[in-house]
Write a protein that binds this ligand. Structure first.
Ligand SMILES: NC(=O)c1ccc[n+]([C@@H]2O[C@H](COP(=O)([O-])OP(=O)(O)OC[C@H]3O[C@@H](n4cnc5c(N)ncnc54)[C@H](OP(=O)(O)O)[C@@H]3O)[C@@H](O)[C@H]2O)c1
Length: 246
């Protein structure tokens, strides 16, 4: 247990919508304190206790801002962090909403995607390694099915950033394991959030389970990987996709 009251603490990026929002609710319901990160200021409509005090407004696409956020996080925790969930992600499209492929994606866009989807994850984990180690904590990186195959809507920058994040999970599991920190990934398929593109219903018709995922179903798997139920699991990537990968 993390502090004198025995409450565990999670740092979660991309908490303001979608999978992140469901993840705050899942951990809060289990009694965790959740520190949230996103570009938006805290929204008072969010239904969890202590939300404003526990929110850090940060642009993870800006490396300096990300490093500054680490100091803010440290000032809010007592030298111990039970879990870090790197969930924030962006998936830019062309002006007409189309897929940005390897021929069309400009380098500035590609770099921005990598800062948010990839570099922020390792910068935060490294910056908080002592706190994660003190709590024998867990890191979960949110990858994607698009990291393993060409996807009809996810662009090349997004997909390569998620493939890199899967590889990073392996590397981090190797390096953080001796510190007592487990590092895993979850790879969602088609989950009902604002990141989905029109036409997703055609993909869903082909899935073994024939339905979209709900953010809460992804949050449950993230919770499992941060809980003692997965104490001997590290360096793995769990598919959360209704069998889309088979
Ligand atoms: N939904 C799916 O079907 C699906 C499938 C595969 C993988 N995923 C992955 O799951 C994760 C969550 O996806 P989602 O569908 O829940 O996405 P979403 O609804 O678009 O939410 C993305 C979150 O990331 C935050 N964010 C974006 N850019 C940021 C930045 N520069 N700095 C800080 N925070 C930033 C957003 O908050 P602000 O706008 O307030 O900054 C928001 O909270 C992502 O990594 C995504 O790639 C989703």
């Amino acid at each position: 247990m993390s502090d004198s009251e025995g409450q565990k603490t999670l740092l979660l990026t991309g908490a303001s919508r979608g999978i992140g929002h469901a993840t705050v609710k899942r951990f809060s319901a289990a009694g965790w304190r959740v520190l949230t990160c996103s570009r938006q200021a805290f929204d008072p409509r969010c239904p969890w206790p202590g939300g404003e005090d526990n929110h850090i407004q940060v642009d993870l696409g800006d490396p300096n801002n990300t490093v500054e956020a680490i100091e803010i996080v440290k000032s809010k925790i007592n030298g111990r962090l039970d879990a870090l969930v790197n969930n924030a992600g962006i998936s830019p499209k062309s002006d007409d909403g189309g897929r940005l492929n390897t021929l069309e994606t400009d380098l500035r866009t590609w770099g921005k995607v990598f800062h948010v989807n990839f570099f922020a994850s390792v910068v935060l984990a490294r910056g908080l390694k002592d706190e994660l180690s003190a709590a024998k904590g867990a890191v979960v990186n949110v990858t994607s099915i698009a990291g393993a195959r060409v996807h009809p809507f996810a662009g090349a920058a997004y997909s390569t950033s998620k493939a890199a994040l899967a590889a990073l999970t392996r590397e981090m599991a190797h390096d953080f394991g001796p510190l007592g920190v487990r590092v895993n990934a979850i790879a969602p398929g088609e989950v009902e959030t604002s990141i989905l593109s029109p036409g997703t219903e055609k993909i869903v018709e082909t899935l073994p389970l024939r339905r979209l995922g709900q953010p809460s179903e992804v949050a449950d798997v993230i919770y499992f990987l941060c809980s003692d139920q997965s104490s001997y699991v590290t360096g793995t990537e769990i598919e959360v996709n209704a069998g889309q990968h088979v």
